[in-house]
Design a protein around this ligand. Structure first.
Ligand SMILES: NC(=O)c1ccc[n+]([C@@H]2O[C@H](COP(=O)([O-])OP(=O)(O)OC[C@H]3O[C@@H](n4cnc5c(N)ncnc54)[C@H](OP(=O)(O)O)[C@@H]3O)[C@@H](O)[C@H]2O)c1
Length: 260
């Protein structure tokens, strides 16, 4: 049966790997991002480029989302799965980071997926099925310097999704969230600094991280299960039990690693 997957943030990194994974596994894909040129490049690397449709959007523009969802629905008369992956990182301390920058981060990482889900739910319910997958972050699990708004946005998303999962317990609509650790993408080059400029740096942690292709395979397999949340990390995942068992040691290590 024809399965349609909508992937946001599809022009690079994890989203691009997801487009290839789903397309190469025989799905119809709708790929969204702002850059048409980068999306076309991603599509040309797929095994069946004809099965991928580009849907350009700036997902920070919340008032444009109703029209976007309406256009999305027209393409294949509905979708089966959405992977809300588009996101933006930050690098800046709380004192210096402008509230406008934090708003921008929350808009894309939190409000945009929430508003999208609100628009999709009635359509999916009418159709009788649907799967909503959000890409969160290991950063949602504990606070770190220079990432306050980013971590808070992913944390809010995780709790919101968990609440929605409970509301949909008896529904055919399934909700999932993935929390990746360090993934080898260019996310830190577009991360916002305290005054809203792009950081334009390669993230040291990301460079040593899991490949987006490997993560995309794991997400694909996870999306076939009924589980709600999954964390995919490398060695950095040890921070989670350490945070639970001995936050003092974790923050001692983080302070040494990220000493200014
Ligand atoms: N890399 C990591 O270590 C890591 C770890 C945990 C979680 N994550 C999460 O994984 C997701 C993907 O990140 P990534 O590492 O693949 O980063 P990335 O390579 O920077 O990709 C971000 C994607 O989001 C799109 N995007 C950015 N702003 C947008 C907007 N306003 N409207 C529409 N699309 C927009 C970008 O496309 P355009 O610029 O073309 O619009 C791009 O396709 C994010 O939610 C991120 O928080 C990443």
């Amino acid at each position: 049966m024809k399965q349609v997957v909508w992937i946001t943030g599809a022009s690079s990194g994890i989203g691009a790997a997801l487009v290839r994974q789903y397309c190469n596994s025989g799905h119809y894909v709708i790929a969204t991002a702002r850059s048409k040129q980068r999306l076309e490049k991603v599509i040309s690397s797929c095994s069946k480029p004809k099965n991928v449709t580009i849907l350009i959007a700036d997902l920070e523009k919340l008032d444009e989302l109703p029209q976007l969802i309406s256009n999305l629905w027209e393409i294949h008369q509905g979708i089966d799965t959405v992977i809300l992956n588009a996101g933006i990182a930050q690098w800046g301390n709380v004192r210096d980071t402008k509230i406008e920058v934090e708003n921008k981060i929350f808009n894309l990482n939190f409000w945009s997926p929430i508003q999208t889900i609100k628009l999709l739910l009635p359509k999916m319910q009418k159709k009788g099925f649907g799967r909503i997958i959000c890409i969160g972050s290991i950063a949602s699990q504990f606070g770190q310097r220079n990432l306050a708004a980013y971590s808070a946005s992913k944390s809010a998303l995780k709790i919101y999704m968990e609440s929605l999962k409970e509301e949909l317990y008896n529904s055919p609509i399934k909700v999932q969230i993935i929390s990746p650790g360090n993934i080898k993408t260019k996310i830190m080059s577009s991360a916002l600094t305290s005054n809203g400029e792009k950081l334009n740096k390669i993230g040291r942690a990301q460079e040593k991280g899991m490949s987006p292709e490997k993560l995309a395979k794991k997400i694909y397999r996870f999306s076939k299960t009924r589980r709600f949340h999954k964390i995919y990390t490398g060695i950095e995942g040890l921070a989670l039990p350490l945070h639970r068992l001995s936050p003092k040691i974790l923050y001692f290590l983080l302070r040494r690693r990220y000493a200014d």
